[in-house]
Design a protein. Structure first.
Ligand code: ZN
Length: 291
C-alpha cells in the first residue's frame, strides 16, 4: 500500500512538474528533466517530515538549514524542485557521497563539516591548539548605542571587526527593506566577552549556560558577534529550539546574511543563526589592523 502511494505520489509529481515550472531569475527550477523527479519528490516529503537529530535533540524537517544549503549548492530553487535535487547530487558527488539528490542526515553532516572548516577559531581548537588570549585592550572598540541590542551582554568588539560589521550593516540597510525599516535587526547582543568576566558570571549566577562559553569561546577573540536576526514570539534572541531557529533562518535578514556576510568577512555557525565569526583576508582570526 505504502509503495503504491509512493508511486502515485511520484506520478503526480511528474505530472504537475511542467505546470509548476518556476523560474528564479535565469534559473529554471522545474525543467522537464525527469531524472530528478523522484529525488525532488522525496525531498518535498522529508523537507517537512524528516525526523532526525542533527545536533542531539529531535528535529522535524530541515527547513532551518535551507538557506545555508541553497547557498552551498548554488541554487535559489525550492527543495521540492528538480534543480535543487540535481545541485544536491552534484554536491554529494564532490564529497564522495552517493549522488542521489536526496537530502539525508549523512549529507547534512558533510555540509556541517564544510561549514565548520571555514571557522578558523574552531579549526584551531580541533587541532588542540591552546585557547587564545583575549586581544590587548587597545585593539577593542566600543559599539555606539544604536548598534547595541537591548538584550546585550557586552559592548566591545575588535576594531577591525567593528569596521567590517559597520560596512555590512550599511549594505544590509540598502539591500534589505526589512533591515532598513527595523533598526533592531543586526544589532549586536554579544561581541567581545572577557573570559574572566564570563567565568565569574557563570560562577556567581550558577547559570552556566555558559560553561561551554566560559571555557573557551570564540567571543574571547573579539571577532565573534551575536546579531539580532529576529526571534520567534516568546522565545529569546539566542534560543536554540527548532521553533526559534526556524523562525530566524526563515527571515529576510538571515537569508541576506547567508548570501552576503562573506563579502564582509563573516562566516556562519549553522546551529546558532545569530552567531557569526569574522575571518581575516589571510584566513585567520588573530590578525588585527594596526592600532
Ligand atoms: Zn555567539
Amino acid at each position: 500500500m505504502r509503495s503504491f502511494l509512493l508511486v502515485l505520489g511520484f506520478a503526480a509529481a511528474v505530472l504537475v512538474a511542467p505546470a509548476a515550472r518556476a523560474q528564479n531569475g535565469a534559473e529554471v527550477c522545474d525543467g522537464d528533466d525527469l531524472d530528478w523527479a523522484a529525488p525532488a519528490f522525496a525531498n518535498a516529503q522529508s523537507f517537512s517530515s524528516l525526523v532526525w537529530t542533527p545536533f542531539g535533540p529531535t528535529e522535524t524537517g530541515w527547513g532551518t538549514y535551507l538557506p545555508l544549503i541553497q547557498q552551498e549548492i548554488g541554487t535559489n530553487c525550492a527543495p521540492q524542485s528538480a534543480a535543487f535535487a540535481r545541485r544536491l547530487a552534484e554536491f554529494q558527488f564532490r564529497y564522495g557521497l552517493p549522488a542521489t539528490g536526496w537530502f539525508d542526515a549523512a549529507t547534512f553532516q558533510v555540509f556541517r563539516g564544510v561549514w565548520q572548516e571555514r571557522r578558523p577559531f574552531i579549526m584551531a581548537r580541533a587541532r588542540q591548539e591552546p585557547c587564545p588570549d583575549p586581544p590587548p585592550l587597545y585593539q577593542l572598540g566600543y559599539l555606539v548605542e544604536s548598534e547595541e541590542h537591548a538584550d546585550r551582554l557586552t559592548r566591545l568588539l575588535r576594531r577591525d571587526v567593528l569596521d567590517a560589521y559597520r560596512r555590512m550593516v550599511e549594505a544590509a540597510r540598502r539591500e534589505v527593506p526589512e533591515v532598513a525599516r527595523n533598526p533592531e535587526l543586526l544589532q549586536i547582543f554579544s561581541g567581545f566577552r572577557d573570559p574572566e568576566a564570563d567565568a565569574a558570571r557563570c560562577a556567581a549566577s550558577g547559570n552556566c549556560d555558559g560553561l561551554r562559553r566560559a571555557v573557551c569561546s570564540a567571543h574571547r577573540t573579539g571577532t565573534a558577534v551575536d546579531l539580532y536576526v529576529g526571534q520567534a514570539p516568546g522565545l529569546g534572541v539566542d534560543n536554540t529550539s527548532q521553533t526559534s531557529r526556524e523562525a530566524m533562518t526563515g527571515g529576510a535578514t538571515y537569508r541576506w546574511l547567508v548570501k552576503n556576510a562573506g563579502r564582509f568577512g563573516f562566516v556562519p555557525y549553522v546551529y546558532e543563526p545569530w552567531h557569526w565569526e569574522w575571518v581575516s583576508p589571510t584566513g585567520g582570526y588573530v590578525e588585527a589592523a594596526a592600532p
